[in-house]
Design a protein around this ligand. Structure first.
Ligand code: PMV
Length: 317
């Protein structure tokens, strides 16, 4: 039997970085993600179609980029008390290191497909717990928002350590994602914000509170279809994140181009320092925004919300 799992990537609509310090953030699953195929086997091998890299888990020299997936498989095997291994193949249409949750969607899909290949359909909570062990290798101190969104899908209000609140969108909300093509490490940006916080503790704490209040407002605006209000909140978040020093010229150029066309709001998403920009649009504005920002971004795509979360299934070989 072949076991498949698909898990989407994510955008943080607002509240990134502050979420690490206890703020509530708003995040959503997107229409791109990772598919894992696992088959039970006497040994464990991993093949990444995107990286064109293979690893044998019995070898000592596992390539750095495959270590989080190796950790995810090991976590599943230990949890299930399984001695069998899996042959895992992974393929993603998410640009890596772009703040779109590619590592989390890989971890979530790997955990679900591995367990299914070994005869176990895990609950969402179990998948989330095990995928977090892989995420800790990548992000050191992750808030968990990426894994939660990838597993649950939809639009979520997320607070570290609490069960996320799933929100209902009364109609489709249109976002455009524009990638800068500048790769960066989330952990470096988290460190930069940590230093800023250390130098400005009271101000930073007040931002954590503002971030929660504005994430709630943004959630309410998106759910009630008040896209102008949601867009205005996104722009303000961009200014705050920029002030913390995590925007770069390439991001600001995309934000400016988007707002000069028909965007309702635009901001960096995720860690910053490169990665991607999210742009909120009316349905009629999507085409115009894509055309304008394509001149200044390395990859641009539309992602209407909501999108589904983890899906896993078996197929006869
Ligand atoms: O994975 P990224 O690059 O989208 O960044 C994650 C968002 C942060 O808030 C910066 C970190 C976290 O763990 O929530």
């Amino acid at each position: 039997m072949k076991a498949y799992a698909y898990a989407p990537g994510k955008i943080i609509v607002c509240g990134e970085h502050f979420v690490v310090y206890g703020a509530t953030a708003l995040a959503a699953a997107i229409n791109k993600g990772t598919t894992a195929l696992a088959e039970s086997s006497s040994t464990t091998t991993i093949y990444s179609n995107n990286l064109k890299v293979q690893a044998d888990l019995s070898a000592s020299n596992i390539p750095e980029k495959l270590k989080p997936l190796a950790a995810a498989i090991t976590a599943v095997k230990e949890y299930l008390n399984e001695r069998r291994g899996v042959k895992l193949k992974i393929r993603s249409d998410l640009p890596p290191r772009s703040g779109l949750g590619s590592s989390s969607s890989s971890a979530v899909a790997t955990v679900a497909a591995t367990a299914l290949a070994l005869g176990h359909k895990l609950s969402l909570d179990e998948v989330i717990k095990l995928a977090m062990s892989a995420e800790r290798l990548v992000h050191k101190n992750p808030s968990g928002v990426d894994v939660q969104v990838s597993a649950r899908g939809g639009l979520l209000l997320f607070k570290k350590g609490a069960t996320p609140e799933a929100l209902h969108l009364s109609r489709t909300v249109n976002f455009v994602v524009a990638c800068t093509g500048v790769e960066r490490r989330t952990s470096d940006l988290i460190e930069r914000v940590r230093v800023w916080r250390e130098q400005n503790p009271s101000l930073f704490n007040s931002f954590v509170e503002s971030s929660t209040i504005m994430s709630w407002c943004c959630a309410d605006a998106l759910c009630s279809g008040d896209l102008r209000r949601a867009g205005a909140i996104l722009n303000f978040f961009h200014a705050a994140l920029s002030w913390l020093g995590i925007s770069i010229k390439e991001i600001d150029t995309i934000v400016e181009a988007a707002l000069s066309s028909s965007a309702l709001g635009a901001k960096l998403t995720g860690a910053g320092g490169g990665g991607s920009v999210i742009i909120l649009c009316s349905e009629e504005g999507v085409e115009n925004v894509i055309k304008t920002v394509s001149n200044v971004a390395s990859e641009v795509f539309a992602t209407p919300l909501p999108n589904r979360g983890l899906k896993s299934w078996l197929q006869k070989s």
